[in-house]
Design a protein around this ligand. Structure first.
Ligand SMILES: O=c1ccn([C@@H]2O[C@H](COP(=O)(O)O)[C@@H](O)[C@H]2O)c(=O)[nH]1
Length: 276
């Protein structure tokens, strides 16, 4: 899905919501445990209930990898169930020396090898250009580079200053030598509010993947106030607050209700930039 298609989806759905499928078998409703693959069944029902309200699904691969073979099966089958008109994110936070990164890229982008061809994968920038480039070698795919994350520990390194700029600013500036706003996005946590002003100085046109609203308490209003561009420029993710809105038999309807509340807030924000 290219940038124009993402913007088109945002305009059509009046939403820039990504729903995070951080599916933990210990948290899903008990009545699903009798299914052959409870995680897959849970994901399918969540997707069916929310597909018209979001433009993207983010699958955090950790929640699948931890379950071995069955987990990988759930990951692949969930990927295959995603509606084709939604932007798919493999939130895997990969990155290694070049030849290893090539294998990671194949794992998430090369359908003939892995049965999955996500639109994008999250990548850690720490190992530099040769660790990121193998992902960029895939045509029409996106790298979503960790820039300023939503967690407390982001202060440990990402905000360290060197030559009048913080590490996350160096990441954004340097990485623009390798990629464009047509194949790279940045992860910026919603818990950072005004930091979006700094980000936009260096990346005025890039899409940002913004986790941290919902369970982590980030403010959607602040993210929009400081981070929105004329094209929206934001994909805001919420995982637990939506998928675990209820752990009863009504879990899918409850997830829809939560997603609808976020989508309605997003529609109001989009109206402010003339998308209505
Ligand atoms: O800075 C980051 C980067 C990634 N994440 C991931 O996003 C979701 C957030 O889940 P919630 O339940 O909505 O809090 C999760 O997969 C994280 O690993 C992040 O939170 N912050």
């Amino acid at each position: 899905m290219n940038k124009a298609a993402i913007i088109k989806a945002i305009k059509e759905k009046k939403s820039f919501l990504s729903i995070g499928l951080d599916t933990d078998i210990t948290k899903i409703p008990k009545h699903l445990l009798s299914y052959d693959n409870p995680v897959l069944e849970f994901n399918k029902q969540i997707i069916d209930a929310t597909a018209d309200l979001c433009i993207s699904y983010k699958i955090n691969t950790a929640f699948y990898e931890c379950n071995g073979l069955k987990g990988w099966e759930s990951l692949i089958k969930t990927y295959q169930y995603l509606p084709k008109n939604t932007f798919s994110i493999a939130d895997a936070k990969r990155g290694d020396i070049g030849n290893t990164s090539s294998m990671y890229a194949k794992a998430f982008f090369d359908e003939s090898a892995s049965e999955m061809s996500f639109d994008s994968v999250t990548v850690a920038p720490y190992m530099g250009k040769d660790s990121v480039s193998p992902f960029l070698a895939f045509k029409d795919k996106w790298v979503i580079l960790l820039a300023l994350t939503s967690n407390e520990g982001s202060h440990d390194f990402q905000r360290l200053k060197d030559h009048d700029a913080m590490l996350f600013e160096h990441v954004i500036k340097k990485s623009q030598e390798w990629a464009t706003d047509e194949n790279m996005m940045y992860v910026v946590g919603a818990t950072r509010g005004e930091a979006f002003l700094e980000i936009r100085k260096h990346a005025p046109h890039h899409f940002l993947l913004v986790p941290g609203v919902g369970a982590q308490g980030g403010s959607l209003a602040d993210v929009c106030k400081y981070g929105m561009t004329t094209d929206c420029g934001l994909i805001v993710n919420s995982s637990r607050a939506i998928i675990y809105a209820s752990n009863g038999e009504d879990f899918a309807e409850a997830a829809r209700e939560q997603a609808l509340l976020v989508q309605q807030e997003m529609a109001a924000e989009l109206q402010k930039i003339g998308i209505s």
